[in-house]
Ligand binder design. Structure first.
Ligand code: UT7
Length: 332
């Protein structure tokens, strides 16, 4: 029997309608379009508006679109993993809210938290359930409502984040397509540079924590930038090397969209020209777990069966990693 690999057989995405432009941010904090554009590459980002709406309200439309595109009945889904740093609630898992809402009554689900690398960690995890032969249809979601934890008085942080997400279907493949290799890393000594101070078991919510604005993402941007440039480039080069790939062999880099300068540094290190680099940071900013599936969704029509694709991310934790996959289908 030929070896089973886990292939992406469909991809979908969802971004909320509201567009928060650099111009509007100029009215909220002391910043300007020129600074944001040159330092990050971001022009606008989407915001999920509305009382009582959380990350599942981004994930559910994405999963519904995925089921439709892959002709999958909700009851056929075996497992749904949701990578998110902004779950609807501390518990239950957002994955459970999603499966209930879309009618995936036979699926089990759980959330996975690895900040901006969450989608990669979830994709690697989901692929193992397929490769083992145990399951046939695994959905991996990456979605975040970052506006829920962004401090819109902190100009260095609020300009980079946005809301959005996407989903992929993983199914068994016997042609050698799909996920080939992954390198995932984490280093908790980086926690000091990017974290949320309160709301966890160490420091539960109180009047004091709210007044001290401790329920927002805290980021020391320069420090994170330094580690991100090195981490994402190192791991991308490493995965190419150990799979004997040159820049010529790679059809696409799908980088986490945190800062255009980090993406360019990674592409340079890999020897890739800019036409091979997926980029939508200008429209959506950093949607944390959402960036990579949103890129795949937008570029899906340009991907061809057999394309060598490298996904790469860096995020809070610190967490970082790269996945090498062979795309499994031609544009439909
Ligand atoms: O996805 C998760 C991982 N996160 C990341 O990968 C983010 C990595 N970090 C970054 O992308 C960048 O560090 C930022 C975009 C967050 C900040 O850019 P930077 O080039 O590192 O700026 P900085 O924090 O070093 O600030 C430079 C200057 C400072 O002014 P002074 O002290 O030089 O006078 C800041 O006060 O720019 C100022 N500044 C701003 N000015 C206008 C900071 N934010 C802004 C702003 N508008 N929004």
């Amino acid at each position: 029997m030929s070896k089973i690999t886990a292939a992406i057989t469909g991809v979908s995405g969802y971004v909320p309608d509201y567009v928060l432009t650099n111009k509007e941010l100029e009215t909220m904090v002391d910043t300007n379009d020129e600074w944001i554009t040159t330092r990050t590459g971001i022009k606008e980002r989407r915001i999920l508006k509305g009382e009582g709406k959380g990350t599942s309200h981004i994930a559910v439309p994405a999963v519904r679109e995925l089921l439709r595109k892959t002709n999958t009945k909700p009851e056929e889904v075996d497992l749904l993993i949701c990578a998110t740093t902004t779950p609807d609630m501390v518990f239950p898992a957002t994955a459970n809210l999603i499966t209930a809402e879309v009618g995936a009554v036979n699926a089990f689900g759980y959330d996975l938290q690895a900040a901006c690398s969450g989608f990669l960690f979830a994709l690697a995890t989901g692929s193992k359930f397929i490769e083992s032969g145990q399951y046939k249809k695994v959905i991996v979601v990456g979605a975040d409502k970052m506006s829920a934890i962004v401090d819109y008085t902190d100009r260095a942080t609020c300009i980079i984040f946005g809301d959005g997400g996407g989903a992929v279907m993983l199914e068994p493949n016997t042609e050698g397509l799909g996920i080939q290799d992954s390198i995932l890393k984490s280093d908790g000594t980086g926690a000091q540079f990017l974290h949320m101070k309160a709301g966890g078991s160490r420091k539960p919510a109180s009047i004091e924590t709210v007044q001290a604005r401790e329920h927002f993402a805290y980021q020391e941007g320069q420090q994170v930038f330094k580690f991100a440039v090195k981490g994402m480039a190192d791991v991308s080069a490493e995965i190419m090397e150990r799979n004997h790939l040159t820049g010529e062999d790679v059809a696409w880099l799908v980088p986490h969209q945190a800062n255009k300068r980090i993406i360019e540094a990674t592409a340079n290190r890999m020897g890739l020209s800019s036409e091979k680099v997926m980029l939508n940071i200008q429209k959506y900013g950093n949607t944390t777990s959402g960036t990579i599936p949103l890129c795949l969704w937008e570029y899906e029509n340009q991907l061809k069966k057999g394309d060598n694709i490298i996904l790469a991310a860096f995020g809070g934790g610190f967490t970082w990693g790269a996945i090498y996959l062979k795309w499994a289908y031609d544009p439909k």
